[in-house]
Design a protein around this ligand. Structure first.
Ligand SMILES: O=C(O)c1cc(=O)[nH]c(=O)n1[C@@H]1O[C@H](COP(=O)(O)O)[C@@H](O)[C@H]1O
Length: 236
């Protein structure tokens, strides 16, 4: 497991992002930059955050035909990022194309960004999956199926909820990454998330990384909440 919780910087402006990061000027973070920030600020904000020395998960959840994903990934890989993702439901050929794009586009081939695939979003319940995606398997089986496809396509891991991490590692390997959003400290508002776990529970259930957004970014003292989540995540 990675000792640092990933902070989801779900802001729409570069200013808000920069102001938030000044709170953490003495700390090297692992941050997640998502579509809200990237669509409005582009590669510049990625470069700016990287220059501060933070590790970056660029969460753009690519999902398109293989050729488009290959070409998009090739371009994105030129940014000095540490992790990037696609949707596993885009299919095995799309995931292989994403990997090819990463391999070709990364300037330093000895330091490829980790490529992971979203299984079922942590905002999805089994009921919604059945009604809206017409998948009649259990949610766990659907997540495991996507994880198996992702592993066979040669990717480094998946995004899933903490509740699925141990089983995914069982059917793939112990070093297959299980990156788990939907993290809520006890008593925190759940919002639109459905499959949630505390940092402590995620630690016990085998997550490789936890992703935490609003509980930290919306807190009155983000640094204090981050440190507390970090301690719980590290089993202290
Ligand atoms: O790929 C992701 O990061 C992701 C996948 C998923 O299944 N669920 C999920 O919440 N996320 C992201 O994780 C973050 C969670 O944020 P909070 O719910 O505010 O903690 C958001 O930036 C989501 O986009």
């Amino acid at each position: 497991m990675n000792t640092k919780p990933m902070i989801a910087l779900d802001f729409s402006t570069a200013e808000e992002t920069k102001t938030f990061l000044t709170l953490f000027k003495d700390e090297e973070l692992y941050v997640k930059l998502g579509m809200e920030l990237y669509y409005q600020n582009g590669p510049e904000i990625v470069k700016w955050v990287k220059n501060l020395g933070h590790e970056i998960f660029l969460d753009l959840k690519l999902h398109d035909i293989p050729n488009t994903v290959y070409r998009a990934m090739k371009g994105l890989a030129a940014l000095d990022i540490d992790m990037i993702n696609v949707h596993a439901s885009g299919g095995s050929q799309m995931m292989k194309a994403a990997k090819e794009g990463i391999m070709e586009g990364t300037p330093n081939k000895s330091n490829l960004p980790k490529l992971i695939a979203v299984t079922q979003l942590t905002s999805t319940t089994e009921e919604a999956m059945r009604n809206e995606q017409l998948i009649q398997a259990s949610l766990m089986d659907s997540v495991l199926h996507y994880a198996k496809n992702t592993c066979e396509a040669g990717l480094d891991g998946v995004v899933c909820s903490a509740w699925e991490a141990a089983k995914i590692k069982e059917i793939t390997s112990s070093d297959f990454l299980c990156v788990t959003p939907g993290i809520r400290p006890a008593g925190a508002s759940i919002g639109d998330q459905q499959r949630v776990a505390t940092p402590q529970k995620a630690h016990e259930m085998g997550s490789s990384y936890i992703v935490v957004g609003r509980p930290i970014t919306q807190a009155s003292n983000p640094v204090e909440v981050y440190q507390s989540i970090k301690r719980q995540w590290n089993g202290e």
